[in-house]
Ligand binder design. Structure first.
Ligand SMILES: [Zn+2]
Length: 263
């Protein structure tokens, strides 16, 4: 679970990270730049693996949803331990202290802070999803932002074995499917509960795996925002374009399959 994003609004209120800290080369065991990506790390990391994992997420967003990101700078700031991460962020990003990683957008620089844990790659994939979405879009609903980040934080072949899948299936079979209208009311990270992350993930799974028509709904919705439009709540947008949208979703949640669908 993971709300680890600091919103743009919060970023502007908080003191921005002092970029000069990165020029303290004695702090970073690794300091490598690959195109627009720069990695600073207090511990040894395989930058090639990190780069390829992040690129995989970017490719998925581009191929499935037309989310292109851009060439603006992305900085990964990686800490050897939770305490080192806490010491560094305590003054500037206190909201980050309850999380394993955080995304911080500072004007045209996107920064991801994380500490060395067994979930590091999951965390980086999650946060780079936020980075690419926020590079491409002026805004987006929180449930889409977090749902896509949860979806892309693991490899496609691991989605089917997720414990979240079983929970969504049995709850749906008992008559309690994920409710999109509820998620649309959750408009701040502080309001978002663990179940909301799971249900946001489930809605993204439905949209991407049910059919080309449901995937294209999400794609066209994001296209409209990218083009400067304000399409309103996704639930209304979808029902206007797909008359059996709700029944398709409820049927999907009782199965939660992960079939690949053609473009
Ligand atoms: Zn997140």
């Amino acid at each position: 679970m993971s709300c680890r994003q600091i919103t743009l609004l919060s970023c502007l209120i908080l003191c921005p990270w002092n970029r000069a800290d990165c020029q303290d080369t004695s702090r970073w065991l690794v300091q490598e730049q690959r195109g627009s990506l720069t990695v600073y790390s207090e511990f040894p990391v395989d930058v090639d693996t990190i780069e390829s994992q992040l690129q995989f997420v970017s490719d998925q967003l581009r191929d499935q949803l037309g989310v292109a990101g851009n060439d603006e700078a992305v900085e990964l700031i990686l800490f050897r331990s939770q305490s080192s991460y806490h010491n560094y962020l305590a003054q500037t990003l206190p909201e980050a202290l309850q999380r394993r990683a955080v995304f911080f957008r500072n004007h045209d620089v996107s920064q991801i802070y994380a500490w060395n844990s067994r979930w590091l790659m999951v965390d980086l994939r999650h946060e780079i999803t936020h980075v690419r979405l926020h590079q491409h879009l002026p805004f987006l609903p929180l449930w889409i932002d977090e749902g896509l980040a949860e979806y892309l934080e693991t490899n496609a072949d691991q989605q089917g074995s997720s414990s979240r899948r079983e929970t969504v299936r049995w709850k749906s079979r008992l008559g309690f499917p994920p409710r999109l209208e509820h998620l649309e009311q959750v408009n701040s990270a502080a309001m978002m509960q663990g179940d909301d992350y799971r249900d946001s993930w489930a809605w993204i799974c439905f949209l991407l795996h049910n059919s080309p028509a449901t995937r294209d709904l999400l794609r066209s919705y994001l296209d409209e925002i990218h083009s400067g439009g304000v399409p309103g709540p996704f639930s209304s947008y979808a029902k206007q374009r797909l008359s059996d949208f709700s029944s398709l979703a409820n049927s999907y949640f009782r199965k939660m399959h992960f079939h690949l669908i053609s473009r």
